[in-house]
Design a protein. Sequence first.
Length: 332
Amino acid sequence: MRVLITGGAGFIGSHLAEAYLGRGDEVFVLDDLSTGSIDNITHLRGRKGFHYSIESVHHAPTVAELVDQCDAVFHLAAAVGVRLIVESPVRTIETNVHGTEVVLAAANKKKKKVLIASTSEVYGLSADVPFREDGNLVLGPTTKGRWSYACSKAIDEFLALAYWRERKLPTIIVRLFNTVGPRQTGQYGMVVPTFVKQALTGRPLTIFGDGRQSRCFTHVRDVVGALVGLMDHPGAVGEVFNIGSSEEVTIQALAERVKERTGSNSPILHVPYEQAYGEGFEDMPRRVPDVGKVAGLIGYRPSRSLDAILDDVIGFFRDAPPAGARAGDLPA
């Protein structure tokens, strides 16, 4: 099999590339390195069947050429992270919507199967927890830029499903819930690597808000296994799937567990949302997925507990800290 991974130098994309190379497949990576890093794929360069292009997913000729060479496409390229969303809303919307338009248009010419990576953010302020794929999406007002990311990814979903229904392009949608693991950076607001780096360097663990907001964290290798399984299964086409874990934890409890597992004496510091992201910022109080649909189709089950995930991330930063893990890169 020959697969194209847009955003393949990113955190999830690089692990997905590893998985396909491990199967003996051929992998083509497209990434402009805006949020990804060449360091994530350096160890893959030179491996048989691995190819990469440093170019934007907006560059239609490059996308078309790569799509033509491949059997399937994973569209992971996107603007990610709460901090990037708040600070660069135009970039967020244009990257997410236009990039998806380019990929779907190119894939449609040869009817190549496309998996679109969406996000738990699309559920917005919904209180119908755990979130089901057929549940209502409840977004905040357009005057609050916080919701531009969720809205742009929802548009991606609508567009991908429209291509399937109207033009018979085989598409799959996955909504990812807080994927974590080695090689993830906290640069754009990802909480686990941020807490781990703060704990290991003796800095305060900074919690935005009161810490009662809760999340469910999933190891990147479990997520990658689900992505591969869905791409291989013909029953996934035209469907939307949650991928995540049901082990819920508050951010306050997460900070305490990171301290415990690192042996850190770092204090825990609460920072008001207004100070971190500006006035009027809204957060999702809970993010808990119902994963019954993906479990029923491909037998998906998260294999790692939260403690095991934290230990893996802690070990990664202790043993081989990348450039992004230097103390000078941590938030003040």
